[in-house]
Ligand binder design. Structure first.
Ligand code: ATP
Length: 364
């Protein structure tokens, strides 16, 4: 009989729709663990976010941070509210604080539309795209070492930070990812090296690291041209590695190409820790109405299973991730399940029920 492995997961429901998509995702994960067998979860509920800031005066209490740092993985729904801000006007963003504090430099944002979800691009070649935007997530224009400076109402400045230490790890991650995916085996730097010197260092380091990976090619694109490529011929993209702010913007474009924010999962991965969370925010405009599409959250949970399985070399956990992914695909195949953001009437409960139903039809 296989020994039971229990994973301690720090769970951050956060704000707005985060609260609505967390509990059913946990239910799906417990269900799949029971079905596949060999592993289970202990859930540690962690307070953080805008509501937490209003209640407790901090957006990321020390106790929540300690739980996150000690956990096997972190599952986060959505945080922040446009109306809740620090005195200097910035929104509270504890999800960014977690990335900085835990060194989660590799923001993995897959762009892979689900068959059956109405594609945004007309060209049939765009319907089967499968690429990854790898967003550097600890420095660039979000670097904590370079807080913006404001001189009254006359001037304000921000600084972009690119370091060798982070670039080396990020590019190794990108090159390994391209090799593991085994598709085009290509890493594309998405930058603005024709304007900013930070990106000439960035490009140099990519080419140095790529020299150690003769099985993967590396090339470079300017971010403006790359945005067009994402729309005009996305099938040429494999792994696109980019600076923090560019990655923030391009991953929303990627989400749109998959059907909307409710379809885009992500993982923020470091050497020792990882956070899994949908790309979307707390969507206060639809919170509390049962309209949130939970697909991105469910697919982020599948990424968590795959990461845990790979890290601990537990094939059953990796398999559970693939089963969850398959259940999502089965729920949407045929095109009858249409979420509210695409003009249908499938809200949160309907999508969860369809995925749960598909899960029951899959042989574990
Ligand atoms: P953040 O900056 O925190 O990422 P944001 O300001 O980009 O957040 P979101 O909260 O992601 O904004 O919302 C952007 C739009 O997408 C809103 O119209 C919102 O209703 C919609 N949206 C976001 N998530 C979902 C979802 N899961 N299902 C349906 N619509 C969503």
């Amino acid at each position: 009989m296989t020994n039971l492995v229990d994973f301690r997961i720090a769970l951050f429901p956060g704000d707005g729709i985060g609260n609505e998509i967390t509990a059913p995702t946990v239910r799906l994960l417990d269900k799949i663990a029971a079905r596949v067998g060999g592993f289970s979860f202990t859930w540690q509920h962690c307070d953080a976010g805008a509501d937490c800031y209003l209640d407790q005066g901090t957006a990321l209490p020390a106790r929540s941070f300690r739980s996150a740092a000690a956990a096997d993985a972190i599952l986060l729904a959505a945080m922040g509210l446009p109306t809740v801000r620090y005195p200097d006007g910035r929104e509270v963003t504890p999800q960014i604080d977690l990335r900085m504090e835990l060194g989660l430099y590799a923001g993995v944002r897959p762009v892979k539309p689900i068959p059956g979800v109405r594609p945004l691009l007309a060209d049939a070649r765009a319907h089967n795209i499968d690429y990854v935007i790898l967003r550097e997530s600890t420095e660039g224009l979000f670097a904590p070492q370079a807080p913006g400076i404001r001189d009254g109402d006359r001037e304000a400045r921000e600084t972009m930070v690119i370091t060798r230490a982070t670039c080396e790890k990020l590019f190794d991650f990108a090159l390994n990812l391209a090799a593991e995916r085994g598709q085009q085996r290509k890493v594309t730097s998405v930058d603005k090296a024709n304007v900013f010197i930070a990106f000439s260092l960035w490009r140099e380091i990519l080419m140095e690291r790529a020299a150690n990976h003769p099985d993967v090619t590396a090339d470079c694109a300017y971010v403006d041209a790359f945005a067009m490529t994402m729309v005009q011929k996305p099938w040429v993209i494999d792994v696109a590695v980019t600076e923090n702010m560019f990655g923030d913007i391009l991953s929303d474009l990627g989400a749109a190409l998959m059907g909307g924010m409710g379809y885009a999962p992500s993982a923020d991965i470091g050497d020792d820790h990882a956070v899994f969370q949908p790309c979307h925010g707390s969507a206060p405009d639809i919170a509390g109405k049962g309209l949130a599409n939970p697909t991105a959250m469910i697919l982020s949970a599948a990424m968590m299973l795959e990461w845990l399985g790979k890290k601990h070399q537990l094939n059953d956990v990796t398999k559970a991730g693939a089963i969850l992914r398959r259940a999502v695909e089965m729920a949407f195949v045929g095109g009858d399940l249409v979420t509210r953001e695409l003009g249908g009437n499938a809200g949160t409960d309907t999508v969860f029920a369809a995925v749960e139903n598909a899960l029951e039809r899959i042989d574990a």
